[in-house]
Write a protein that binds this ligand. Structure first.
Ligand code: GDP
Length: 505
């Protein structure tokens, strides 16, 4: 069991208010039962409707999982080249795209889409992701079997022949207009071509298949047995604009900002190999702290500035938002230090101890922040420890061990009381959602200019959907007509860190 500083949940409900199903094997996935003891915050209990939906999903997954007769039937249908009505099990197959944070967000989005459309989520994991996540569903696998009939799944890219827009253009599938009162529309529906066996959904940052987010297109896709999902985005906020999903989303998540928080904690449990790193690190360096601050520093090529500039941005931000402990001036330095030593040396524990956990590909910010608290005392007799588990220097998504370390750090960030994250980084978005914390977001240095203000406090713990579909009324009738636009406006907002992105709040 982890030891805790003051304030951490000592008797955490390990199944997170019923979010996690009981009865799974503890030893094969220790994080599933242990993680609750490490999180500092659990701000939103899952709604009864979400719990019902998850239990129904788990039952469906068991019925339809690879190896079952129903799975075999759906695969036979896929081999036949067209979809059929009356097939009991329909699927979303998740495909990897981009870095780990991106992948985790598109997994969560794909899972929610499966919940909303009564589908089953299967994942096709390359070797680099083979030992990252536990099986999330009781009694059945979520792994796509290797003999799946569609070839080269990792290499199809954003615009293969079978992607939705290309199929639409070739009239191999037709959006289904929802107009029950109009007999002409009923006849038109009857005359539609048989739906293809599978449709590839290209919902990455290029957003090739943005019509996916229209009600008419959702009705067409509902008739397709297999959907292959290629995305690196958290596209949940855009599902809100589909009338069929809107009411359901509201019931599932009465607090909008809880969507990714709850779904990530439900779905993405690190395997024992990763959890070992997480708990060893936590127990060695973080457990004694009464306050844990996570600082995630990501530098993008399109928004790079010098180390000095970024370091100053972090400090200015911290002062503005009162995140990192302030240091004393020379005058009060000695007194503070002496008292801190006297009052804390004997027990060695919790009290006034703040741990700062840094996640970054580079060591520079750790070195500087640590030096700051070596050279100066922190105000208020706070003792400060500064830690950084790795500095991998460069992204290496094709390497399993690299990804395991990245995932461990995302989870360590998730145990924070408070977070400072880098704008537009999905790595930081996942950390905040897991933590259940509204982070302070460092603004990206667009045009390589040091941003002012340096950071903003996020309105919610939800990730930003960095590339929402941008559909006009001509392309997406329903978005204009049916959805309660006021409600969307009340709960979907422009992101703090990117004015072309949207997020729930
Ligand atoms: P994003 O690019 O910031 O949106 O986040 P992604 O997770 O999708 O891709 C960045 C990848 O770079 C990560 O998955 C890691 O492989 C690596 N990376 C970036 N920052 C860190 C970090 O702080 N720690 C570790 N271990 N890896 C990182």
């Amino acid at each position: 069991n982890p030891s805790h500083g003051g304030g951490a949940a000592k008797h955490a409900d390990e199944l997170l208010g019923g979010l996690l199903a009981p009865g799974m094997d503890r030893r094969s996935c220790r994080s599933r039962y242990q993680a609750a003891h490490y999180y500092k915050h659990f701000p939103y209990a899952p709604s009864p409707h979400l719990l019902d939906k998850l239990r129904a999903y788990e039952a469906r997954h068991r019925r339809c999982a690879p190896g079952t007769p129903l799975y075999n039937r759906s695969v036979e249908q896929l081999r036949s080249g067209r979809s059929a009505g009356g097939v009991e099990c329909n699927y979303v197959v998740w495909l990897p795209f981009d870095g780990l944070g991106n992948r985790m967000l598109s997994m969560v989005s794909g899972f929610l889409y499966a919940l909303l459309t009564d589908r089953v989520l299967l994942v096709d994991l390359p070797h680099d992701s083979s030992d990252l996540f536990c099986e999330p569903f009781p009694g059945a696998t979520w792994l796509l079997p290797p003999d799946f009939p569609v070839a080269n799944l990792f290499g199809l890219g954003p615009r293969p022949e079978q992607s939705y827009t290309i199929l639409l253009n070739k009239k191999k599938i037709t959006a289904v207009v929802n107009n029950d009162d109009d007999p002409a529309s009923k006849n038109a529906t009857a005359a539609l071509p048989p739906p293809p066996a599978y449709v590839y959904l290209s919902l990455g940052y290029q957003m090739a298949d943005k019509l996916f987010f229209c009600g008419d297109d959702q009705r067409a896709l509902a008739k397709v047995n297999w959907l292959l999902l290629y995305s690196d985005l958290y596209f949940v906020p855009s599902l809100y604009s589909v009338a069929e999903f809107n009411g359901e989303l509201r019931r599932l998540f009465p607090a909008k900002e809880s969507a990714c928080h709850l779904l990530a904690r439900y779905l993405l449990h690190p395997t024992n190999a990763v959890w070992g790193m997480v708990t060893r690190y936590y127990n060695s360096y973080l457990a004694q702290a009464s306050r844990r601050i996570g600082v995630q520093i990501r530098m993008f090529n399109f928004a790079s500035v010098s180390v000095d500039d970024l370091y100053n941005q972090i400090l200015t931000c911290s002062r503005q938002e009162h995140v990192l402990p302030e240091t004393t001036t020379d005058n009060d330095n000695d007194d503070d230090l002496a008292t801190a030593y006297d009052s804390n040396s004997s027990n060695g524990g919790g009290g006034n101890y703040t741990a700062i956990l840094i996640a970054s590909l580079y060591p520079d910010y750790y070195v500087r922040i640590r030096a700051t608290y070596y050279e100066h005392a922190a105000r208020g007799r706070v003792r400060v420890g500064v830690f950084q588990p790795t500095h991998e220097e460069r992204q290496a998504t094709q390497r399993l061990f690299h990804n395991q370390k990245a995932l461990a750090e995302i989870h360590l960030l998730g145990f924070s009381d408070e977070l400072v994250t880098s704008g537009m980084s999905t790595f930081g978005y996942v950390g905040s959602s897991l933590a259940g914390v509204r982070p302070t977001i460092l603004m990206p240095a667009h045009g390589h200019r040091v941003p002012a203000p340096p950071c903003r406090r996020a309105v919610s713990m939800e990730p930003c959907n960095l590339t929402p579909p941008r559909l006009g009324e001509a392309e997406c009738r329903e978005m204009a007509a049916v959805v309660d636009k006021e409600d969307v406006a009340r709960h979907v907002k422009v992101c703090e860190d990117f004015d072309r992105g949207v997020k729930f709040f």
